[in-house]
Each structure stands twice: as C-alpha cells, then as structure tokens.
Design a protein around this ligand. Structure first.
Ligand code: MN
Length: 716
C-alpha cells in the first residue's frame, strides 16, 4: 500500500503546485471513514482507494482527480454524504465523487453485444466530466488486480465479463492501450483460464526453442538503419496472451506465425521519417500482401496513428512492425492524457511545461461544457455526441436509447408500438409519474398498460421522437375512421327511420354509385365526417323524397325549434364526449341536462353547441348541417364533465380556501383555476370543475352564492 508521503511525492513530481495539504487531508479522511472495513483479501478497505489514487498518478492527473480516487467509495460504502465532501473538499471534488458513485451503481449483466455498446454509451453520457471516467477505470483496474480474492466464482466471472465487455473497450476508445491490455488479460485469466494457460505454455516452448529471438531480430533491424542518418529506436515485445488468443479466434489460425506473437516498433522523430523508415524496411525484406495499413494518413477514430506492416524478415520469419513518431507512440500508450501533455510541454521550458500539465484536462472539460471544438482529433469528443442522448432501463434491465428531451411516452413507443398505444401511466424509478415526464440518464421506466387504452390526441404534444409521433398519428387516424363510420351509420339510420324507410344495408347501398363510393363503410365514414349529409343519402335512394320537399319544410326541421330531449335524436352522446368524431365547440361547457345541438362540420364530424350559444347564428342558413343530439349518460359509467365557472370573490384572506373547500364538500373536483384579475377589492377567477351533470353544477353554483366571500358566480 502506498504511504501518505509516497502518494504526495508522486503527485508533486509532475505537479509541484498541487495542493499538498488537501491531498493529505483526503488520505486521512478516507482512512478514517473506511475505518476497519476489510477487503476480501483481508487488507483494510482503505488500501483500495489509495491504490486507485496511485494508479491515477501514473496518468499524471490533477490533484482533484487524485483526491477523487481517494474518496471514490466513501459515499457508497460509508456514512459520508456529498454535502460533507463538498464542505470539506469543495464543490468540484464533491461532483466528481458523486459522478463516480453513480457509475458504480450501474451493473452490467447481459450477453447481448448491442446492449454492451449502449451500456458503454450510458457510461460516457453519465460521465459529464472525463475525470469521472478515468477514476472509474482506475477503480476497475485495481479491482481486477485483486479479483482472485473474491471467493465466489460466479461473481468473479460476472465482474471479469463486465470488464471485458464494457471497461476494456472504453479504455481502448480513449486510446489507453496499456490500461486496456491489462484489463483484458486479467479478465481472460478468469473467463477462460484453460485457453490462457495453453497459450502461455506454447509461448514458453517457443522461447526455449528459439532463444532470445526478440533481441536477435531487434539487432538486425537496428543494423539496417546504420549510417542512414535516421534517428531511430527499435523496441520488440511479446504480445499479451489475450490479444494472441483473440487474433487466433478471428482468423481461426494456430499459434505458429511469429508475427502473431511478437511485435516490433520503430520510433522516429517526425512524420516524414516514418515513410523513409518504411521504405528502408520494405527494400530489405518483402512485405506480406494485405497486411499493410497506414493509420498516419488515415488515423483510427480514437486518434491512433501508426504504420503497420508485416515483412518476411530475418530468419525467414514473418514479423509485424509498427512505425510511428515518438509523439504518436506516447499517445498510443497513454491515451488522451499523453496527447495533451506532449503537446503542452513540447518546446517549452520545464517550468512553463509544469504550469500547463493539465492543459489537456482543461481543454477537454471546456470541450465537454461548450460543445464543438475545431480539433475533433480524439474519440473523447464523442462524449459530446452522447450528451444529446439519454439511456434508460426497462424493469428487466434492457437499455433503451432516446434523444435528450424524450419522455416516458417516447420510451413506451421505443420499446414497442403496442406498448405505446396501450399505455396508461408509468413508474419512473418506482414512483408514479406523468407520461409526459422527461427522462434522465439511468432512469428505470416501467410502463403501465391497459387493453382498453387508445392513443389520445394530446399525446402528440408529449413526445419528442418521430417514431412515437407517427405511431400516435396512425392510431388516431384509425380510431377516427371507425368513429366517423359509426356516427355516419347512426345518422343515416335516423334519417331513414324518420321518413318511414328501412335502413337496411342492401337499401342504403343503392346510394353508393351516385355519391362516388365503392363500399358502405366509406359512405358512412363520409357522412360522419360531414362530406355528405344523411339527407343526401336518403334522396339518392328515394329521389321522390327530394322532389316533395320545400325549402320551408326543411327550415321547419331545424332542431332549434323543438325540444331536443323529446325529439328522436340523430346522435346520442354516451359517457361524455371523448371521441374524435363528436366534440364540444371550443370554450363551451354543456352538461347533461343542458339543451344542445350538433353541427356537422366537414373534416371534423359533429360539433356540439349549447342551444343558447351565439356561435350557432353562423349556421342558420345551412339547415342541412343541423343534427338533433341527446344526452345518454348511464349511471354506471359515472362520467364527469367539465363545467367552467366565473367567480368574483372578495380579496380577503381565506377567500380562495373557502371556495375550494366548499366545492370539495359538494364532491366537485377543481381541475384548473385561472386568476383572471386581482385588484384591491376583488379576484376574478375562472374555475374548471369536474361535475356529473347540470344538477350537480347548479348545486355547486347555488352553494357558492351562499358564501359571504363570493360576490358573483355564473356558469360560462
Ligand atoms: Mn472502488
């Protein structure tokens, strides 16, 4: 375990300006808080955060990151709160520790490769500061180094698999190849120990047969460049067993080619020298076709740059060689950190270079905060892309990827169109929430469904995704079509019966040709939608009805002249008006018991008006559009209707409370309230109240009139 002064010395070695006292305080705090908790290894728990901090010093990270490493498990595993950390170590560190804690609460357990990619994106999206991710990777690396202490094999395997699926690729994506290789190798040991030891044994055999083959080949390559004037370094190394194994899997090959076991690197000063060195190598030894790749002119999208070639080299053995500059090499080994360190310290005096050691972090954080940068050189810029997205879970742990701003309703449609169409509510992280709630990264969303549910028109306002919107529109069109058909059929039947004609389908069908329809359903829908009137259908079938009719007679039929409750209505309103073929006129609030009339409105179906409405004047010259309507409210359904009241109340303490209490006493439910005006003496309030019918509304109105604070009250 790193001692306190050793850790501090490591940081000061690359950052003399680091806050030594704060690091010391964090070291002591972590030790104290984890107290006598133990690791599976039997070591005190605090050895773990201290080792994690040590790993982070190898990446030459700033003091805030080192301290985050020391504190990263305190919120999760001790009584410490984010607020305490904030007051002791400042807001920046508290946020970093909080970020790491959130990542640690996510657990990966799936065999689906596509889900793994989503999970990696979730981690990136949740690490809105790259340092959070670096601490998480260091945490995982130390846990993997000590994984053999965990007694349960199933748990070891699960953690190793998660490392292989999620964290190793993330390290690779950030260009941290050393991290990646170590994570892979430690996982490989747990997941496939047989394959690993088979490879290790084969490698041992190979070494004993061929002697120090690395050094022999290295010397030959160096010799090739002698006197050529190029400033080169040559390194040879044996590949890790996991990468050898993966290559064997991919090519279904056996462990025979030297090029599969050793890799050589030629490091040069600048880019032009890379191509010169390549020329020297290819002139001396033939290259293997298909194995040449130029990642200098076309870098990999994580910023990796190098030339790869395989030659039939010394001793007629195939040898893989990478040619790159020293800068490229540094970046390839240590990732984004090295990129900026190299760039910043380049030609400067050491002192200045120190001052800028964390330039890369600053730039990175700035990029993350302020959007795009001209230099989208490295894959980390993808972090920004993911900030446009949210990643949420189903209760079974499946990840659903949505654009930022998406709601629970979008989530339902993303799971499946049928789930969306039938959803009635949702639970987010176990709590009932409205379907229009915007989702956050990591939310677990459970959709509550009902077979009876159909998409509602208002849903269109609740969704962000095109998929949800078009599904809702499609479903709305379908129900609308069905409602228009039913309404049209009802209207045609009533008109026929009124003339003493049988409304049999076979009779009504005779109107099809004349009105330009092929099917009865289309004809009914057209009537319901107001394209044809029911009267037109009747006159198509029985022309004599039309000839005997006078304008005066038509006018006499205008339902406004009769009591619609006694007339045989064309349309019956069942259980309130919820459909799309029948609706109330805007800003009118008729109740069962009110006299009402319908106006056929092309494209919309039947619009219902209270008979007293002034808006009806517009339709006086179009009697064919008027239809009789009656209420049909059965007791079982207990539908409620909205009644709007205008109330003028005294501007005194408790007035609104008295009104609300009274309405509740009369079983009314206030569903909206607008304070229209307020002056010295009065409030003018608009109240929308759910009521059962006209009687119910009148009881409430009369009771309100009895309140001393109410001056005027009227239904709209
Ligand atoms: Mn940890």
């Amino acid at each position: 375990m790193l001692r306190q002064y050793e850790l501090v010395d490591k940081v000061l070695a690359y950052d003399p300006a680091a806050d030594e006292a704060l690091i010391n305080r964090a070291y002591v705090f972590a030790t104290k808080m984890h107290g006598n908790q133990l690791r599976h290894s039997g070591d005190p728990y605090f050895s773990h955060p201290i080792e994690v901090a040590g790993i982070l010093t190898e990446l030459r990270l700033d003091a805030a990151t080192i301290i985050t490493g020391l504190l990263h498990d305190t919120i999760e595993d001790t009584d410490v709160t984010t607020e305490e950390i904030s007051s002791l170590f400042g807001g920046e560190i508290a946020e970093l520790v909080d970020g790491v804690t959130k990542l640690s609460q996510l657990e990966w357990d799936s065999e689906d490769a596509k889900q793994a990619e989503n999970f990696r994106k979730l981690l990136l999206a949740m690490s809105n500061d790259i340092r959070v991710l670096l601490v998480k990777l260091a945490d995982r690396l130390h846990n993997m180094r000590t994984l053999h202490h965990i007694p349960k094999e199933a748990k070891r395997r699960r953690i190793a698999q998660e490392t292989l699926d999620i964290y190793a690729p993330l390290a690779g994506r950030m260009g941290m190849h050393e991290f990646r290789e170590e994570l892979e190798d430690l996982s490989f040991k747990v997941i496939n120990p047989d394959a690993r030891s088979a490879i290790e044994v084969r490698l041992d055999d190979f070494r004993s047969e061929s002697g120090d083959v690395i050094e022999r080949i290295r010397t030959q390559i160096v010799g090739l460049f002698e006197g050529g004037g190029l400033d080169i370094e040559v390194h040879g190394r044996q590949k890790r067993s996991y990468s050898i194994w993966r290559k064997m899997q991919r090519r279904a090959s056996s462990l025979e080619q030297l090029s599969d076991i050793f890799a050589f690197r030629v490091l040069v000063a600048d880019e032009a020298s890379c191509y010169q060195a390549l020329g020297v190598l290819h002139r001396r030894w033939p290259s293997v076709p298909g194995r040449f790749k130029d990642y200098i002119s076309t870098p990999k999208n994580n910023g990796y740059r190098s030339i790869h070639t395989t030659i039939v080299g010394p001793e007629r053995k195939r040898v893989e060689i990478q040619v790159r500059t020293r800068e490229m090499h540094n970046i390839a080994e240590h990732g984004i950190a090295a990129h900026w360190i190299y760039k910043d310290s380049g030609s400067k005096e050491p002192k200045e270079a120190y001052a800028d050691t964390f330039g890369w972090l600053r730039q990175l954080v700035e990029m993350l905060e302020h959007g795009s940068s001209a230099e989208e050189f490295l894959e980390h810029s993808k972090l920004q892309l993911f900030s446009d997205q949210v990643f949420c879970f189903t209760p079974k742990g499946m990840l659903i990827n949505l654009p930022r701003g998406a709601t629970a309703l979008d989530f339902a449609y993303a799971v499946h169109t049928e789930v969306g169409d039938s959803c009635v509510g949702c639970k987010i992280n176990g709590r009932h929430m409205p379907l229009r709630t915007q989702l956050e990264n990591g939310d677990e969303v459970e959709i509550v469904r009902s077979k009876a549910q159909r998409p509602l028109a208002i849903w269109e306002n609740y969704v962000e995704t095109g998929k949800a919107r078009s599904a809702i529109r499609r479903a709305l069109r379908q129900t609308q079509q069905i409602e228009f058909e039913l309404l049209g059929r009802q209207m045609v039947q009533s008109v026929f019966e009124r003339e003493g004609k049988e409304p049999e389908d076979s009779v009504v069908e005779r109107a099809l040709g004349g009105l330009g329809h092929d099917h009865l359903n289309d004809l009914f829908a057209a009537v319901g939608e107001g394209v044809h009137s029911a009267q037109e259908v009747l006159e198509q079938v029985f022309p004599e009805v039309a000839t005997g009719r006078t304008a005066k007679k038509v006018k006499a039929k205008k339902p406004a002249d009769k009591d619609p409750l006694n007339a045989k209505p064309l349309v019956q309103l069942r259980g309130g008006v919820r459909g799309q073929a029948i609706r109330f006129a805007k800003d009118t609030f008729p109740l069962p018991g009110d006299r009402i009339v319908g106006i056929v409105t092309p494209g919309e179906g039947v619009v219902i008006y209270p008979i007293s409405s002034e808006m009806l004047e517009k339709f006086e010259n179009e009697p064919q559009r008027w239809v009789d309507v009656s209420w049909d409210v059965s007791d079982e359904e207990a539908a409620t209707f909205v009644s709007r009241l205008e109330v003028r109340a005294s501007n005194e303490v408790g007035a609104l409370g008295a009104i609300a209490t009274l309405i509740a006493d009369y079983s009314g439910n206030i569903n909206n309230m607008i304070l229209a005006r307020r002056d010295m003496d009065f409030y003018d309030i608009e109240l929308d109240i759910d009521v059962l019918d006209l009687k119910h509304a009148n009881r409430i109105v009369n009771a309100l009139k009895g309140l001393s604070v109410v001056n005027v009250v009227a239904r709209v």
